[in-house]
Design a protein around this ligand. Structure first.
Ligand code: PLP
Length: 397
């Protein structure tokens, strides 16, 4: 077989989420979409802010078409990067320069680039992730040549278990990925957790005489409820790379736009930035979509209607816990991480499916016995699903 078997494996085996999503479409054709309670996919359900669409229309009408659709610099348009750097500085006071911002096709590209930048080829480099974690981390880390190491969470709260994290660090640890608000738990890591994590990172970097990079995966930063604060990791640890995306914050997942920000306090930050540029080049991630770079620069303060997600969260959390389900109350993102009503999350998934409820078993996210409910959906679907969730709980009594 004259082709890459590992890539064949990745391409031919659909992720469980995609598998469920495909089933949902087939089932909807059979019994009507309104009767299928599909909570599988993290596709934003609230529309992009009005000003985003107006800005697109306006740009198309008023700007020079050749320039608007043309290549920008590999790292992104200088003016766009300045707007982003200025806003980061206004909000978090980190003093970042536009020359430490690299525009990307969303968080997936940002992560792939950062991992490629810090993990060395043919090395024993390891990258620690915190369970439960976004399953694609495994793909991105292994593709960069690294080994994924999973640190378990605290029971019930799903905050980081600092002692377990410390035990997982060794002389091969090169990077750590932190995702808060978290997919799939919805948990926001507290400032206390973040401080303890960064303290361990500093101590271990010193002990092993090497830099351990902190990669902050932040597509859900803006999706938080009840004014919860999401600590900005650059303010707690110098060797931080932030992977940001507008997929969820502006409901633009199909447009593929985001950026990497390199902390200005990082040792050799300019060289690391150049390494990011090199990694972007080697992966073919140069010149993020030009039109959307311009849209971002003009809509930097736009916001989606987070209240709609909060209503779904409250409806689901309040009712499911009343029916006897166990879950942590999420402070952000649009996922509820629910303990299956039996040990085997797949068996539970099948039973839920019989009630036309589609949730995602989370074994691949690094925690067994849980399912994820993506509540980025119409409120009517959440309301419609409640009796089915109740009937499912009763089946276990
Ligand atoms: N990181 C996490 C935790 C995610 O949940 C996702 C998408 O769902 C991504 C990264 C990728 O996001 P993007 O669409 O910006 O590539």
């Amino acid at each position: 077989m004259g082709y890459n078997q590992k890539m064949f494996g990745l391409g031919s085996k659909r992720s469980i989420i995609r598998e469920i999503f495909e089933y949902s479409k087939t089932r909807a054709a059979e019994i009507g979409a309104e009767n299928v309670y599909d909570f599988s996919l993290g596709n934003p359900s609230v529309p992009a802010p009005k000003e985003v669409n107006e800005t697109i229309a306006n740009l198309l009408e008023t700007e020079n078409s050749v320039l608007l659709h043309g290549y920008t610099s590999a790292q992104g348009d200088a003016g766009v990067r300045k707007v982003i750097a200025d806003r980061i500085n206004d909000k978090f006071g980190v003093g970042i320069s536009p020359n430490l911002i690299y525009m990307t096709c969303g968080a997936a590209a940002s992560l792939s680039i950062c991992l490629k930048a810090v993990i060395e080829e043919n090395s024993a480099d390891e990258c620690i992730v915190f369970a439960p974690f976004f399953t694609e981390y495994r793909v991105f880390i292994e593709n960069a040549g690294g080994k994924i190491v999973v640190s378990k969470p605290m029971e019930k709260t799903f905050q980081i278990d600092i002692a377990d994290f410390e035990n997982k660090i060794n002389e091969n640890t090169k990077a750590v990925i932190v995702n808060s608000p978290n997919n799939p738990s919805g948990v926001v890591y507290s400032e206390e957790t973040v401080k303890a994590l960064c303290e361990v990172l500093r101590r271990k970097s010193e002990e092993y005489g090497k830099v351990i990079y902190l990669i902050a995966d932040e597509p859900y930063r803006e999706l938080v409820y009840s004014g919860v604060d999401v600590p900005y990791l650059m303010n707690y640890y110098d060797n931080t790379l932030v992977c940001y995306s507008y997929s969820k914050s502006l409901s633009l997942p199909g447009e593929r736009i985001g950026y990497i920000a390199v902390c200005p306090k990082m040792e050799e930050c300019v060289n690391i930035y150049l390494t990011v540029c090199g990694a972007g080049r080697s992966l073919g991630y140069v010149c993020a979509p030009s039109l959307f770079q311009q849209v971002i620069a003009r809509c930097i303060d736009a916001k989606v209607n987070v209240e709609a997600y909060k209503e779904n969260r409250d409806l689901l959390y309040d009712n499911l816990t009343a029916y006897g389900y166990e879950c942590v109350k999420p402070d952000g993102a649009f996922y509820l991480f629910v303990k299956a009503l039996e040990d085997d999350a797949y068996a539970f998934f099948e039973k839920a499916k019989a009630h036309e409820i589609l949730v995602v078993p989370c074994d691949d996210f690094g925690v067994e016995g849980y399912v994820r409910i993506a509540y980025c959906t119409d409120k009517s679907r959440v309301e419609g699903a409640l009796p089915a969730f109740k009937a499912l709980a009763e089946e276990y009594k």
